[in-house]
Design a protein around this ligand. Structure first.
Ligand code: T5A
Length: 203
């Protein structure tokens, strides 16, 4: 299984990834927990370029291509080898984030992202994607209370509204792959809903 976890800022991905890890390990699954951008030494360096403020004026195309450069490395060195060994891979963000942030947020045509997706991933797509959905104002408040804003978190509210709309459109268009989790609820309720999805997957 290749599982990805998505959400807009402050949706609670990090908090819930630990919960997901515990659940799947308790069920005896051999897991690789990883993240994007990042997941390899080179990918983590690219992450610093993307999230830090050294290159605040980076062009949208450069941002998109760096996301896929990190992803190509991640797929070849971590994700595909793990899946080939029969392990479960749980990834904190993947290509849906590119559609949402670079497509929805930045306005890069979706066909360009699709072309890169096909090139870098071939046929590989996640088997399951949990989309933690939270209203933008709540998510931004949570993220703001947690840490200083990275390069993406400095965007305006309308950017994040477009990101959320794109995620929701994608999730609603493919009910087989996506599960939408209401992440605006209390953590207890969010984790109850995630546990329900995982129980079905494990069955
Ligand atoms: N990106 C990424 C792209 O633009 N394109 C791409 O292709 C990819 C892969 C990556 C950035 O890169 C962009 C998107 C991102 O901007 P990231 O670290 O993955 O950065 O993304 P962040 O959204 O910044 O993720 P975080 O891990 O920082 O935030 P989380 O995981 O969503 O939120 P979390 O768990 O840290 O929670 C935030 C706060 O809220 C609390 C937590 O305790 C924490 O304090 N919280 C709750 N409070 C109340 N009720 C709940 N239900 C709560 N859940 C969490």
């Amino acid at each position: 299984m290749f599982i990805t976890v998505e959400g807009s800022e402050g949706a609670g991905k990090s908090t819930n990834l630990e919960f997901i890890q515990e659940r799947l390990q308790a069920a005896g699954k051999e897991l690789v927990m990883t993240r994007e951008p990042g997941g390899t030494e080179l990918g983590e360096e690219i992450r610093e370029l993307l999230l830090g403020h050294k290159h605040d004026g980076m062009s949208d195309d450069c941002e998109l291509l760096l996301m896929f450069a990190a992803r190509a490395e991640h797929l070849n060195r971590v994700i595909k080898p793990a899946l080939n060994k029969g392990k479960w891979v749980v990834c904190d963000r993947f290509t849906d984030a590119t559609y949402a942030y670079q497509g929805g947020g930045r306005g890069i045509p979706m066909q360009r992202i699709e072309a890169l997706e096909n090139w870098v991933q071939g046929e590989l797509r996640p088997d399951l994607t949990l989309f933690l959905d939270v209203p933008v104002d709540i998510g931004m408040k949570r993220a703001g209370e947690r840490s200083a804003p990275d390069r993406f978190e400095r965007q305006q509210i309308d950017f994040f509204e477009r990101v959320r709309t794109c995620y929701l459109e994608r999730a609603r268009s493919d009910a087989v792959r996506y599960r939408i989790i209401d992440a605006g609820q209390s953590l207890e309720d969010v984790q109850r809903d995630i546990a329900k999805v995982l129980t079905k997957v494990l069955e």
